[in-house]
Design a protein around this ligand. Structure first.
Ligand SMILES: N[C@@H](CCC(=O)N[C@@H](CS)C(=O)NCC(=O)O)C(=O)O
Length: 213
């Protein structure tokens, strides 16, 4: 199948890795491109991810729209979007929670520490606390559920686990993982799924949380 469009999706951007994994794993006809003149011309906000169809007219920004578009290109998506209509909406619920509330607090907790933003202790501490509050929603839910939606792995698990991987590389260290056994067990299990295994391989949780120098 010929290429249907270009996805601007730098691997280092928190919202982007899962898109690239899905495109590569399912061999989808989407080119993953670097920001270029076409990107600047078509996406004045300059935010990623962004998708431009080969006709030059079909444009998507917003992670969730792009994610669902990319999944729509998979011939047999199986259980990715859930097994029923209700499950589909539950998948969307988790995607939105990760993409909005959790991403915002991850950025607050981590970006000033790694030098992506000026250091601001109040922001970092506030982000960590809020992130913990949101993580508790997962920890409690996963106490009695194997996956985030229904009885099998869905896009909600993949999107969340790939996002949490970034947390486990920066702000959620081994002691945090021990204090959150349900998230940790679910995370390890989802990482074993072929889609993530192929892309992430063996993963080590950071020994000690990153702190500003
Ligand atoms: N609402 C957008 C937010 C996209 C967004 O903020 N992307 C970040 C990277 S994860 C970005 O491009 N930041 C650069 C900037 O804000 O200029 C979405 O859900 O996709």
């Amino acid at each position: 199948m010929s290429v249907v469009g270009t996805l601007y999706s730098p691997a280092a951007s928190p919202r982007c890795p899962i898109l690239n994994y899905i495109i590569e794993y399912y061999n989808l006809p989407v080119r993953i491109g670097e920001k270029d003149e076409l990107f600047t011309k078509n996406f004045p906000l300059g935010k990623v991810p962004a998708y431009l169809g080969t006709d030059g007219n079909y444009k998507l920004h917003e992670t969730l729209a792009i994610l669902l578009y990319v999944v729509s290109l998979i011939k047999n998506p199986g259980n990715l979007l859930g097994a029923t209509k209700d499950e589909y909406f539950e998948v969307l619920k988790w995607l939105s929670f990760i993409n909005s509330d959790i991403t915002t607090e991850y950025v607050n907790a981590v970006f000033p520490v790694i030098g992506a933003y000026p250091y601001d202790e109040k922001r970092v501490f506030g982000g960590r606390a809020q992130l913990d509050k949101y993580a508790k929603v997962f920890e409690d839910y996963l106490a009695s559920n194997s996956f985030l939606v229904g009885s099998g792995v869905t896009l909600a698990d993949f999107f969340s686990a790939v996002f949490f991987k970034q947390c486990f590389e920066t702000v959620w260290d081994k002691s945090w993982a021990s204090a959150h056994p349900n998230i940790s067990a679910w995370f390890a299990k989802v990482l074993e799924e072929p889609l993530l295994k192929k892309n992430i391989g063996k993963f080590q949780i950071i020994e000690k949380r990153l702190e500003a120098n």
